[in-house]
Design a protein around this ligand. Structure first.
Ligand SMILES: [Zn+2]
Length: 455
């Protein structure tokens, strides 16, 4: 059997996908992410893997595979794994979320990274505003409709809907037959039909194996199904009902969420004020022909934090920030117009409230997933403390980036692959109930599976 599938991450965990497809001499890695819960036994409570030690701190606890011909010389400096020239032909990236690309910075720069055109723009914005895991890489872009070849494997990227633009699944034509990889997906976002497009293509390919995510596959996925359009509706209602400042934290690269809040602002005559990082991303994404994003200045404003000696001296801002200075709101300006603003404030910027001094009675929108571990619960409690301190209401308005359990089952059965490999899920065992067709094979971290049935 010449074709093998080996999962080095995303096994019994949400995120951290690192899936090696080998076909004869060709070796392709699908994603190379950092898991959310990965290494929490060792790296939590403020203890972080040291950047200076490259892959070393991860190897110590088996958090990264010790594969020859994968890592850069720098990353291996202080490890027992000897540097070897690349034995991996390409990294194929599904989307720009850290649980899919967060460890790419350790990989040999000679190995090309294939990603969507939109992902390359997100990378550019991140790179300019502080750094990106794709910095210094040989980045090669694709769009839906393209096909590209890596050694003996032909790869067809196909768009899916997820909580970041430019998300893809893939159909890989290997020498033994087709393999499908979903990346992360949902159906209830504004572009939910893209996931249906993906399924249609995948189904036509008659795949031997389907590698699918299952984030929300769990014994009790009772979370209310809210679509992104409901996020806009509920936010509009909240803005209408509350005559004071409303602010929210959310993942800044979730452009669907930015658009939902922008729509709610348009409907209620409020001004959306975003962080600098969102501003540079919007500025970059206006170059994407397939997207329509609000324009900085005309449609949205940018929140300006004090810097340097505590004033707003232009010289204290980074060069990339300066282009937004003319379209900015200071804390004082937010205070003066607090009933006319919807402020995006990342959780680590909460101390800005000390400068803003909002009137009591405003509202906070928690627009991220609910906490899934103790650390997350602690973070959430800290936010609640801040919100309570300022006498604000706490609201949760959020649409998940992932399909609910039954929709994952739908996808599996519609694609109808002979073999189903669940990744990016804490409950791969539940897939045998979901899959009406095909045989579920539970991946074992680092263990090669063959493409054919029975092994
Ligand atoms: Zn993910």
């Amino acid at each position: 059997m010449t074709v093998g599938i080996t999962c080095y991450g995303g096994v019994n965990e949400i995120g951290g996908n690192k899936i090696l497809i080998s076909d004869g001499d060709t070796r392709v890695l699908l994603d190379f992410g950092a898991g959310f819960s990965e290494g929490l036994d060792y790296f939590s409570s403020g203890i972080e893997a040291r950047r200076v030690n490259g892959a070393g701190d991860y190897f110590e606890f088996g958090l990264l595979p010790e594969l020859p011909g994968l890592y850069s010389e720098d990353a291996l400096q202080n490890t027992d794994l000897k540097y070897a020239s690349p034995e991996i032909d390409a990294i194929v990236l599904s989307h720009y979320h850290s649980d899919h690309m967060g460890r790419i910075s350790l990989i040999d720069q000679e190995i090309p990274v294939y990603c969507g055109e939109t992902t390359a723009l997100i990378h550019k914005a991140s790179s300019e505003s502080g750094g990106s895991s794709l910095d210094g890489r040989d980045v090669r872009t694709f769009r839906t409709g393209d096909r590209f070849r890596v050694g003996g494997i032909e790869i067809q990227p196909m768009h899916v809907d997820h909580s970041i633009p430019g998300a893809y699944g893939f159909i890989l034509q290997t020498s033994e037959g087709p393999v499908v990889y979903t990346g992360d997906y949902r159906f209830h976002g504004p572009m939910g039909s893209m996931t249906d497009d993906f399924i249609a293509q995948a189904q036509m390919a008659k795949p031997l194996a389907l590698i699918t995510e299952g984030t929300r596959v769990s014994a009790g996925d009772r979370k209310q199904e809210m679509g992104e359009s409901e996020v806009a509706e509920q936010t509009t209602m909240l803005l209408n009902a509350n005559p004071r400042l409303v602010f929210s934290s959310f993942r800044g690269n979730d452009i669907d969420r930015v658009l939902s809040f922008y729509k709610a602002c348009q409907a209620t005559g409020r001004r959306l004020v975003v962080s600098m990082k969102v501003a540079i991303l919007l500025d970059e994404l206006k170059n994407d022909s397939g997207m329509k994003v609000p324009e900085i200045g005309r449609d949205v404003s940018v929140y300006l934090r004090r810097k340097g000696k505590g004033s707003y001296d232009d010289a204290d801002y980074y060069k990339w920030e300066r282009r937004f200075l003319d379209h900015s709101f200071t804390a004082e300006e937010v205070r003066k117009q607090q009933n006319q603003v919807l402020l995006h404030l990342d959780q680590w910027y909460l101390p800005e409230l000390i400068d803003i001094k909002p009137e009591k009675g405003g509202a906070y929108i928690h627009a991220t997933t609910e906490a899934y571990n103790e650390e997350g619960e602690q973070d959430e409690q800290v936010i609640r403390n801040w919100v309570g301190h300022y006498g604000f209401e706490y609201h949760q308005i959020h649409a998940s980036g992932h399909a609910p359990m039954e929709k994952v089952g739908d996808l599996v059965n519609r694609i109808g692959a002979q073999k189903v490999i669940p990744v990016h899920t804490a409950r791969p065992d539940l897939f045998s109930k979901l899959a009406k067709k095909g045989k579920v094979q539970m991946p074992v971290k680092g263990k090669r599976m063959s493409l054919s049935l029975g092994t």
